[in-house]
Each structure stands twice: as structure tokens, then as C-alpha cells.
Design a protein around this ligand. Sequence first.
Ligand code: DC
Length: 220
Amino acid sequence: MPLVIAMDGPSGSGKSSASKGVARALGLRYLDTGAMYRAMTWWMLRAGVPVEDAGAVAARALEPAIECGTDPDTPTITVGGEDVSGPIRTREVTNAVSAVSSVPAVRTRLVELQREIIGLGGIVVEGRDIGTVVAPDAAVKVFLTASEEARAARRTLELAADPGVSAQVTQAEQARRDRIDSTRKASPLTKAADAQEIDSTELGLDEVIEAVVRLAKERE
Ligand code: DC
């Protein structure tokens, strides 16, 4: 059976860098499911759908044609053939993504797409519900955490690119997103009972990657 590694955890836990690193180290593909929820959100905003209206979002959830490239060195994401890798990281999309991703019709659609991609072979998949919902049979399940301070510091670094916004505002927006992501009814962020928790607060990126690679080798 092709190896599937589920990497779940809150934002700022270092999931993306670790997931790409693990995929490279093991010669696996890589899928960023958060990018898919962002792409759906970007499309809704551009289509003028009121994103706080769950019914309106659900009614259009089947429309955007979202495609992901799974090379960990050059992951790509397109909607209707248009490269959206930049636009999905804007503050506008970031602040709307929790509302869109809490709509069950959105999740059903994207989980189906994610399972199709996962079914094509070995892969590292990062998200919030991979070990619990998307790939409950994954051979390796990791729940990556970090202290609130470490996560805040990473986010501030990531968002330094947006000089118009203070670190305080960024952190308040992030705290709001975390709260919605972990308390929503549909597939909230939770650790799978059989996931291995890795706390990255005191670990360097290479150490996190090594720890996950070790877990994968133990399963062989
Ligand atoms: O990982 P990220 O910050 O790019 O994810 C963006 C949003 O998408 C996040 O606020 C929650 C949502 N998400 C989700 O609901 N389920 C996933 N598997 C991945 C992301």
C-alpha cells in the first residue's frame, strides 16, 4: 500500500515546511489541503458570494475547478486554470477562509478531491482533519503543535510581508481563525486518537522532519 502521512495541527505549528521536507526526504508527493480551502474562498470572493452566508456558499461549492500540483519542490494551485498561489495568501482570503471552510458542502467537495489525489500514490498531506476524516487509514499520523508564543512568532515572520498590518492585529485575526477552526461543527481541528503528537516549540525544522521520517520508517 502506498505510504500516506497525515500532518495535522494549528497554523504556526510549522506544518507546511515540515510536510514538504518529509515528502522530499521520502520521495513522496505533497498536498496542502489548506491551499484548497483558500482557493475555494478566493473564488467565492471573486464571484461576489457573501462568505458569511453558509447557504450562498453551499449553493456554489461545486463550481470552482480546483487543481493541485503535488511536487513538494514546486507545489501549484490553480482555479479554472488560473494560478492562484499568490492571491490565496492575501489577508482578505485569510480572514474569510474559516467561514467558507466551515460549510459542510465545501468540505464534502474538497475531501472528495483530496481523496482522489491521495489515491494516486504515496503522499504527505497537511491540514486539520486529515488523520480524523480525510485519510483515517493513513499509516502515519502526526499532530504538530507548538506553544502559543512560538506560533505567534512564526506567524508574525510569515506576515512581515504585509507592512500595513501590525503584529497585534495579525495575532488577533489568527486567534479568531484558530477559534473558529477548532470549534466548528464540521470536522473541527482535533488530534486523531492514534496520532503521534510532536511539539515543535523547542525543535528545529530538521529535527521535526527527522522525527516524522523516523515514525514512517518504523511503520515499514
Ligand atoms: O493551513 P492554512 O492556514 O492554509 O488553512 C487555511 C484554512 O483552511 C484554515 O483556517 C482552516 C481551513 N482548513 C480546514 O478547514 N481543513 C483542512 N484540512 C485544511 C485547512
